[in-house]
Design a protein around this ligand. Structure first.
Ligand SMILES: [Fe+2]
Length: 600
């Protein structure tokens, strides 16, 4: 059975193809359109899925959309009516932003793909999140917890899933919390208040939190009240996201926490104002964690299951995930590589396969590499046409050479095989560097990623060696498989892993099994032989404002524009010469000076 899943029209659209119960391809639209967070109907992603599967649209058995547009319409209309007349200006905008074409989704899918309306199915948004989390995890029975900003009405849902080998699958959602009461919206409100872009800047809040103290946690708790049944409600006097598209927090919120941050002013932690913002971030982070831990603990007791599958955008919060693992009583916590809305494309297709059609259970391969494959020959051709020195080398030699480069302090653009599905680079579209010095972190922030210094870089390490360098609780190595947990770096290693150790002594470590990315694993071993420490800094292969690179030509373009020294794609290796590096540095300095003088 051939099933296409689609998520679209909110942020980060995606498409996924499932054949005979197993994913064969999945990609976010942004990676193909090159527009970060592209929310458009994912035509390029769909085309890519069909091409990869060698299918014509009419050969699909079903096309599944990741939420029920009419339910979402109902929520927006209901909220607008409740808030009238305050909402009268927001309503058309909300309709346009959140719905637009969505209500007519069956017709749109049918006309774009030429498939009959009867083949088009819908799942609920949190069913898609739940399926993306549970059906991709190597477990047969698990509790399920999904949390995000909002889908149709649900913002948090709990349930349980069971898979019977070769037989039926059940996913029962037990309870849900409904809009406007939302942990995701609480966090996003602070994201906006702290001057970051909502839906993109949440991880910056998490990074900033490490610099602060949760000294305002009591104030945050006035915004979110726990209810007797273990759920919560937001005190809506502090929020405006449910009534207007202009601002997510109210004047009472500002009275409580002080003036919001001007997004154009850098955060200076030397000032009282800067520390207040860091404390705000730490406080909302603490309350989010406490709330999730409580809900997860209750779910553990209720289901009796030792495994928990986490889904929804909130599951990108690695600090909260690590606390859930440590404190809720679950023995294993699984977070898929794409827990957010893009992952719903895969989730809704799997849900349709197992639940709607009742197809027999299948194991889903336990990796994130469902995207287009990189072609080293394409890199050779582009670099050749550009007159750039390059070579095509046999793999064993290439790994040794790259390990030498890393040991010499060079920064490597590393492209290998099929692209990651989801927001994290997990070894196929990564920038790699030596993890030892703070100077390397600063260099990457300054010359390559062009981003705020309070955002940490992540380390990658062979799974067998992880507990030597990182304090992983039982189940921690699994949570770290897709970089879904933040754990302490052992104190004695912090100074030697300075580029990947956050200010609070933690790291968002990736534990790598050889089978998942054999070439990166071999590179870690080769680097370990040289440095004595088999750890590399692994950050996503992109510059600020751009999506992860997909094809070799995009990797090459990024390589030419920023301070990456060596680019590897497949068997092809391209090296930047010293004069090009010097010129790039000069240009970067000029643009910094220009930015400095225009700001002054
Ligand atoms: Fe969602």
């Amino acid at each position: 059975m051939k099933i296409l899943g689609i998520s679209a029209h909110y942020h980060d659209s995606a498409a996924a193809l499932v054949i005979d119960g197993v994913p064969v391809f999945a990609v976010q639209e942004e990676r193909l359109s090159r527009s970060k967070g592209d929310a458009a109907f994912p035509l390029a992603a769909i085309e890519s899925c069909l091409e990869h599967g060698g299918l014509q649209p009419e050969e699909l058995d079903a096309v599944v959309f990741y939420e029920r547009p009419m339910l979402k319409f109902d929520r927006i209309l209901t909220c607008a009516l409740r808030a009238f007349p305050r909402s009268w200006r927001a309503f058309p905008k909300a309709m346009k932003n959140s719905l637009g074409e969505k209500v007519w989704m069956r017709g749109i899918i049918s006309s774009h793909l030429g498939v009959p309306g009867r083949k088009i199915l819908f799942t609920e948004h949190h069913q898609a999140h739940a399926a993306a989390a549970f059906l991709t995890a190597p477990t047969r029975r698990a509790a399920i917890l999904t949390a995000d900003g909002v889908g149709e009405w649900a913002t948090l849902a709990i349930g349980r899933g069971e898979r019977h080998a070769g037989g039926a699958t059940t996913i029962d959602m037990l309870r849900e919390i409904r809009f406007p009461h939302s942990l995701g919206m609480l966090y996003s409100t602070f994201t906006a208040y702290l001057g970051f872009a909502v839906n993109e800047g949440e991880y910056k809040v998490m990074g900033l939190a490490s610099y602060g103290q949760p000294s305002m946690a009591a104030e945050v708790r006035r915004l979110i009240r726990r209810t007797a049944d273990g759920a919560f409600t937001l005190d809506l006097d502090y929020f405006e996201f449910h009534t207007t598209a202009e601002r997510s927090y109210s004047s009472r919120f500002v009275e409580l926490f002080g003036p919001p941050r001007n997004p154009y002013q850098p955060i200076d932690l030397e000032t009282a104002e800067g520390r207040r913002f860091a404390d705000c971030a730490a406080s909302v982070q603490r309350v989010l964690e406490d709330t999730l831990v409580d809900i997860a603990r209750t779910l553990r007791q209720e289901t009796g299951f030792p495994d928990l599958c986490l889904g929804g955008g909130v599951a990108l919060n690695g600090v909260a995930n690590a606390r859930i693992l440590a404190e809720s009583g679950f023995e294993r916590v699984f977070v898929p590589p794409a827990p957010g809305d893009a992952g719903c494309a895969l989730g809704c297709a799997l849900y349709a396969d197992r639940i709607h059609f009742g197809n027999p259970d299948r194991d889903v391969p336990d990796h994130p590499f469902w995207g287009p494959a990189v072609d080293g020959r394409e890199l050779a051709q582009v670099a050749g046409e550009d007159g750039q020195p390059m070579e095509e080398i046999e793999d064993g030699v290439l790994i040794e050479q790259t390990a030498d480069d890393l040991a010499a302090g060079l920064v490597i653009g590393w492209m290998d095989g099929a692209m990651e599905f989801g927001p994290r680079a997990l070894g196929h579209r990564s920038i790699l560097a030596a993890p030892h010095s703070a100077g390397m972190r600063d260099r990457l922030n300054r010359d390559i990623k062009y981003r705020e210094e309070f955002r940490p870089f992540a380390p990658v390490i062979p799974i067998e060696m992880a507990s030597r360098y990182f304090d992983l609780p039982p189940g921690g190595a699994r949570l770290a498989r897709f970089m879904s947990g933040v754990f302490p770096v052992k104190p004695e290693w912090r100074s030697r892993l300075a580029a990947v150790t956050h200010v609070d002594g933690t790291a968002r470590v990736q534990t790598l099994e050889r089978d998942m990315a054999p070439r990166l694993y071999a590179l870690l071993e080769a680097y370990g032989q040289r440095s004595g420490v088999p750890v590399l800094l692994n950050t996503s292969f992109n510059v600020a404002g751009e999506p992860l690179v997909n094809r070799a030509v995009e990797g090459y373009s990024t390589f030419r524009r920023c301070g990456i020294d060596v680019l590897v794609a497949g068997q092809t290796r391209v090296m930047k010469c010293a004069s090009q590096q010097a010129r790039l540095k000069e240009e970067a300095q000029c643009s910094r000076n220009a930015a400095g003088s225009s700001a002054g």
